[in-house]
Each structure stands twice: as C-alpha cells, then as structure tokens.
Design a protein around this ligand. Structure first.
Ligand SMILES: O=C(O)CCC(=O)C(=O)O
Ligand SMILES: [Fe+2]
Length: 262
C-alpha cells in the first residue's frame, strides 16, 4: 500500500501508535464539527494515474449511464408523505457508473478491501467494526461525470459515505452539501422542501482535489454534485461499508443504480 497511499502523512498502517491515534482524533473532531473530514493527498499521484488509466477503458465501454428523474430519497414513495409534497420534488441526475465486479483488480478496490483502511475508518466513525458490502455491484462504484452532467440532491443509504476523488474536472463538479438536514428521528420534510426550493442558507460547497479522501455523514446530509464543465471528466470512487456484514441491495435498487442485477 505504501506506493498507493501516502502512509508517511497518514499512518494507517500503524494502528495503535500515537501518530495513528492523533490522526483518528483529528478526523473525529472534524466529523463532530462539520459532519465531514477530508484527507488531502491521501492517494499518491502515480496511483491516481494508474487508477484512471485502468478504469478508463471500462468506463468508456461498460459503464451504466445513470440518467433519471428522482426525488431526494431515490424512492418511489415515502410512507406518510402525499405524492405531491414538495419534499418529493423530482430532479435529474446523469453520470456513468462502473461497479466493483468490473474492476476486481484495481487501485480503488485494493484500497476498499485493505483491512487497515477499514479499521481506520471504523475508528474515526467511533464504531467497533465496519464491514464491506457483500453486494458485488454496490461495494465500490466509480462514477464519471462528463461536461454537462451532475448528480442531484439525495441522501445515502449508509450512515457514512466514503469517497476518493480520482480525477478533478476543469471546472464545476463541486461537492454541495447540507449537513444534518434530517436525523434518524426527525425526517424534517419541511426543511427538505426548503432546500429543494433553493432557500436553505446552510448549504456549503467544497471543491475537492484529486487524491482526497472524503468521509461525511451521508444518510442525514443532503448532498449533490454540481454540473461539470470542461473536457476532463470528474471521476470518483465511492466506497460502501456497513455496520453489519453481508449487506446486499434489492434487485430494484440494483436496477435503478446500475441497470442490472447481480
Ligand atoms: O461524487 C460525489 O462526490 C458524491 C457521490 C455520492 O454522493 C454518491 O455516490 O452517493
Ligand atoms: Fe451520495
């Protein structure tokens, strides 16, 4: 892993040492304050290039074009919410997705499965353990956003979302988010409606640099990716871990996100 990750700066391979604890502590503080932490330069530039080079042909030929109108929940209906409630307003997403089963031997999948990485993530999230998904599609997704494309407002399925930007676009493609818009006990439908109307003053924008590890509270943070501009696509790896082993997506979700089942 030493040639892939900057382990001098981020000592993930030395769990239990004072420098490892210091890094975990810093990430915990960022999460508590901002609902997010970022490790810039986590992946070495040569490894980023290798990742983009090995994924590019798969992206160009086998990726699923994810294009649909959806609500912020990525669900047809929400029990208890009338279909015309403004929290269910539709928005449009388009990007291109490659799944873990199409890039079994690749830099992002190696990182996803590295036990020191999983141990570190769990520690920053103050969890006893964290488990990779069993779903062969959802484990790792590589998403490419070309000029004019964007991912629209949504909440994620898992409590935390872990991403690694492999290639930054020339312009646009910002990560736009609203922390703690809802909680596990309060869906805050009025707040969601306000956000979708463009009237939430708490929305923040982050421009990520390639190689940055980004971890945020995806389940209750509404987030989207701004429209990409310029010739270079925005390419990002999204890692899905869960609190229990063996998580698989429903066939309906697999079809919606990946255009196929596994
Ligand atoms: O592309 C990103 O930065 C975020 C991706 C994301 O939110 C997702 O895949 O759920
Ligand atoms: Fe997301």
């Amino acid at each position: 892993m030493r040639h892939i990750l900057d382990l001098d700066r981020y000592p993930l391979d030395r769990p239990g040492t004072p420098e490892w604890h210091a890094l975990v502590e810093r990430c915990r503080q960022d999460l508590a304050r901002d609902g997010m932490y970022n490790l810039a330069g986590f992946v070495r530039p040569e490894a980023l290039k290798q990742a983009v080079d090995e994924i590019r042909p798969v992206m160009d030929t086998l990726s699923f074009t994810h294009k649909r109108r959806h609500n912020i929940y990525f669900r047809k209906d929400i029990p208890g919410l009338p279909p015309d409630h403004p929290a269910l307003a539709l928005c449009e997403t388009i990007n291109h997705t490659v799944c873990a089963d199409q890039i079994l031997q690749s830099v992002p999948v190696w990182i996803y499965e590295w036990s020191h990485f999983i141990t570190f993530l769990a520690a920053t999230m103050e969890k006893e353990a964290l488990y990779p998904a069993r779903d062969s599609l959802a484990r790792v997704n590589i998403m490419s956003y070309r000029e004019g494309e964007a991912l629209n407002w949504h909440f994620d399925r898992s409590e935390f979302t872990t991403t690694l930007l492999l290639q930054a676009p020339e312009q646009g493609g910002e990560f736009i988010y609203r922390s703690e818009l809802r909680s596990d006990t309060d869906p805050n439908y009025e707040g969601v409606a306000k956000l979708l109307r463009g009237e939430d003053p708490e929305v923040k924008t982050l421009t990520l640099a390639a190689g940055t590890l980004n971890v945020f509270r995806g389940k209750n943070t509404a987030h989207k990716v701004g429209t990409v501009k310029g010739a270079r696509d925005r390419m990002i790896a999204v890692f899905s871990y869960f609190d229990r082993p063996g998580v698989v997506f429903s066939r309906e979700d697999q079809m919606g996100f990946y255009g196929r089942t596994a």
